[in-house]
Design a protein around this ligand. Sequence first.
Ligand code: GRF
Length: 221
Amino acid sequence: MNIPQIAVLISGRGSNLLSLIQHAQHYQICAVISNNKNAAGLELARNAGIDTTTFERKAKGDCSHRQEIYKAINQINPEFIALAGFMEIVDADFVMQWEGRLINIHPSLLPDFRGLHTHQRALQRFHESNGQQNQHGCSVHYVDVSVDTGPIIAQAACTIQAEDNEEQLAQRVLEQEHRLFPWVMNQIASNNISYHRTSISFSEQAKSEAQQYNFITPLAK
Ligand code: GRF
């Protein structure tokens, strides 16, 4: 059987991309596409021998580069697309075309803190609650037509410490991201996690691994 091919979209640093590369077991990353020619992740991909393409983000309001990205992806025709720090909203037509095959990582325990500045907002809530609301983390979810609202596949949590600043917290969450994203993509690629629009099914093996790794799986059936 052919190994499922994944195209990864990035905009910057690429640490999640690197983790996806390093932990690829049941999938192969066939292409990395960026909307930023200076994205450090491009170099990481090239070092791993992966094809890279950039369609530079244009001035606000001009989304022609996104159309180029969609065209390139359609040509590559991967099984799945991973958004690994792709800092742009993907258009609804594309999302619908790739329903159930387009997967994003977000640095919060959704539905908390959709959008940007998640660590800053988590710290603010922590302090406002006098340290009661001390859970933060990351989520991997299928993308739907709104922002950060799609069905949650799995989450990894960490505890906010009183002395944390934004950077320290971001780093702790990032460590969780690097564990979670490749695990989810390997499970999806090996059919241990599958999308059914209104539910997500997990094999017994995926359920037990999620438990073992302390991942939260709110929609697992
Ligand atoms: C990560 O925190 C990810 O959750 C968010 O953007 C960041 C990308 O970081 N969507 P990197 O480029 O993977 O290092």
